[in-house]
Write a protein that binds this ligand. Structure first.
Ligand SMILES: Cc1cc2nc3c(=O)[nH]c(=O)nc-3n(C[C@H](O)[C@H](O)[C@H](O)COP(=O)(O)OP(=O)(O)OC[C@H]3O[C@@H](n4cnc5c(N)ncnc54)[C@H](O)[C@@H]3O)c2cc1C
Length: 578
């Protein structure tokens, strides 16, 4: 059941999960398949029920920032981005960030997962072992318009009976036709990819999104669905923030995570609960390292500065933060029917909402882009004379394109009041820059300092420059003749490399994929924060299961890999206790 009163929780839980987010709900769901195990999830945020901006796919970009259900972090000034600060959203509600994200479902390449297996020395993380977890999680679902999807995906690599709905666009239009015509015209540079989830990720294919026909599929909608939340052995307590992991005893000579302390807010009553088996930390890439540090696991010098008792000195906690820099490129569209109509004319949006609310069809059923493309920078480019290629391998892209049938609304360039546009958002998939999450106060309700370090490594600027030129080449294909009326006012003035670099530093924005702040490392190595079984090094009884444990950033978007990671972690935990 969902609980809002902390005094009503039981005392005899086997497992406590911190955070009912993307990964946390998977763990809670899978562990409670065993009727003999009782699980409590403690979530800081509110319920996801009845939130229209959250459930309607089209409104994904409006589900954040600065809502009652977001954490509302802001980065420190980004020195390599003209000192701009950037909002850095995370979901603070059931489903966590899967309830506010853009629903893009990408599994990454074979190379990505094989690299994790090699790096951690644990072959169970390779693609061959992970692909079945993607399939187990997935419920491939018809698009809202029920069009014939033959040739738009490969059924043999998808799952049809898991909890998480994934579907193709439900209102494809002229933009999609032109995008795919470009693959016919320039197949060497922009090849058509039948299925972007098959693990051989180079090329351009139809968008796969965590959408259940016409509504967002989040980890709450999927893994806490009524039939699961009805289990008598599953309690989910909301609106309570975990303020500390308690290490009140030792086990095997190491501090043991014996329980947690939580509270509804500053100066509110504090509660504790102690599970008999394990604490699983699924607070996400900001929340998890923050809580570890508050609990005494982190860099000893930094903890001492905050008067926090040291449980285990690990300078890696909160470090290695890596995120994808993203950037929007705009062109003027020879059309009066792009999504810009909703900005031009409020009546059009009202009509679209009426159609959506009454029939579950129309443009509001879709997320941000009808297609997605992953591309490589050729090995003979001068960039690689200076820098090492940072992708996982030849199956992984250096940069990504997303297309918006209108002005890209989720990046901080203000939308013009009039006009019709096409946007290509480019994402730099394997960045070199690194940042950190650092404690600034022992008070759990004070945010840590978040620094993604965007563009601090020149490699990322040069990759972005290549991607801009590639986006312009894409839109210059004859497939866009008569439709593309040229670069929009914000892009047109930037032509030379120096001008492009300024454009990049001025326009780079987060796509909110923070990764790696509790990096997984081999058990044998005295490095990283968790071992390859996701156990926190230096203590017992505590695992981290969320996006923070990936040692590298996915060359794609992290929610699908996070679901697969959590599905796999649930099996690891089950086998440890069965
Ligand atoms: C605007 C936006 C758009 C995005 N778009 C996409 C996309 O299209 N595709 C994609 O793949 N990825 C996308 N992402 C990223 C992706 O959604 C996240 O990487 C992923 O969902 C993170 O999962 P997680 O389990 O690590 O953390 P989360 O899902 O964030 O879960 C953490 C949970 O823990 C809770 N929590 C944290 N600390 C505490 C505490 N101390 N006590 C109690 N509860 C706590 C949080 O409230 C939250 O519910 C996007 C992210 C954002 C912000």
């Amino acid at each position: 059941v969902i609980l809002t009163d902390a005094t009503t929780i039981a005392k005899d839980y086997d497992f406590v999960v911190i955070g009912a987010g993307t990964a946390g709900n998977v763990i809670a769901n899978r562990l409670t398949e065993n009727p003999n195990w009782k699980v409590l999830v403690v979530e800081a945020g509110i319920s996801n029920e009845g939130l229209y901006l959250v459930s309607t796919p089209f409104f994904g970009p409006q589900a954040s920032p600065n809502k009652a259900w977001t954490w509302n972090y802001t980065t420190v000034p980004q020195t390599a981005c003209l000192n701009r600060t950037m909002n850095y959203q995370r979901g603070k509600l059931l489903g966590g960030t899967s309830s506010i994200n853009y629903m893009i479902y990408t599994r990454g390449s074979h190379d990505y997962w094989d690299n994790i297996a090699n790096y951690t020395g644990n072959p169970t993380w390779n693609w061959t072992n992970i692909e079945p977890y993607y399939i187990k999680a997935e419920n491939w679902t018809e698009p809202a318009d029920h069009h014939n999807t033959t040739g738009q995906f490969d059924p043999s690599v998808h799952g049809f009976s898991g909890p998480l709905s994934v579907s193709l666009p439900g209102s494809p239009n002229e933009l999609s036709t032109r995008i795919f015509n470009t693959t016919l015209e320039l197949p060497d540079t922009y090849p058509f990819l039948e299925d972007v989830g098959a693990g051989n990720g180079i090329g351009l294919g139809w968008m796969q999104a965590t959408i259940d026909v016409d509504v967002r599929a989040s980890s709450a909608q999927a893994y806490l669905a009524p039939k699961f939340i009805a289990r008598p052995n599953l309690d989910v307590l909301i609106e309570q923030q975990v303020t500390k992991i308690l290490f009140t005893k030792n086990s095997k000579g190491l501090p043991h995570a014996s329980g947690i302390e939580f509270s509804a807010g500053p100066n509110q009553r504090k509660f504790t609960v102690s599970p008999s088996k394990e604490v699983i930390l699924s607070g996400g890439s900001i929340g998890s390292p923050h809580l570890l540090m508050l609990s005494g696991v982190g860099d000893a010098g930094e903890l001492l500065e905050q008067n926090i008792d040291i449980v285990f000195n690990n300078p890696q906690v909160g470090k290695n933060l890596v995120d994808h820099p993203a950037l929007a490129n705009h062109w003027i569209a020879n059309s009066t029917q792009t999504l810009d109509i909703y900005r031009e004319n409020a009546t059009d949006l009202t009509l679209a909402e009426q159609q959506y609310n009454t029939t579950g069809t129309g443009t509001l059923v879709d997320n941000v882009s009808p297609a997605i493309g992953f591309f490589r920078i050729p090995a003979n480019e001068s960039l690689f004379e200076q820098f090492t290629d940072l992708t996982s391998g030849p199956n992984a892209g250096h940069y990504e394109f997303l297309w918006r049938d209108g002005w890209g609304s989720f990046l901080p360039v203000p939308a013009p009041t009039v006009g019709f546009f096409t946007t290509i958002t480019q994402v730099m998939l394997a960045p070199a820059s690194r940042g950190s999450v650092t404690l600034v106060s022992p008070d759990p309700f004070t945010f840590p300092k978040v620094d993604p370090g965007f563009l601090t490594n020149e490699y990322d600027v040069q990759t972005a420059r290549y991607a801009i030129k590639s986006a312009r080449a894409f839109m210059n294909a004859t497939a866009w003749d008569g439709y593309n009326l040229g670069l929009a006012f914000d892009d047109a003035a930037f032509q030379t490399d120096e001008e492009l670099d300024l454009f990049i530093r001025n326009n780079t924005a987060p796509i909110y994929h923070p990764t790696g702040t509790n990096r997984m490392e081999s058990s044998a190595k005295d490095d990283g924060v968790v071992d390859s079984f996701l156990q926190v090094k230096g203590v017992t009884g505590l695992r981290v299961v969320d996006t923070s444990v990936f040692p590298f950033i996915i060359e794609g978007h992290p929610e699908a890999p996070t679901y697969a990671l959590a599905e796999r972690a649930a099996d690891v935990i089950k086998s440890a206790w069965q």
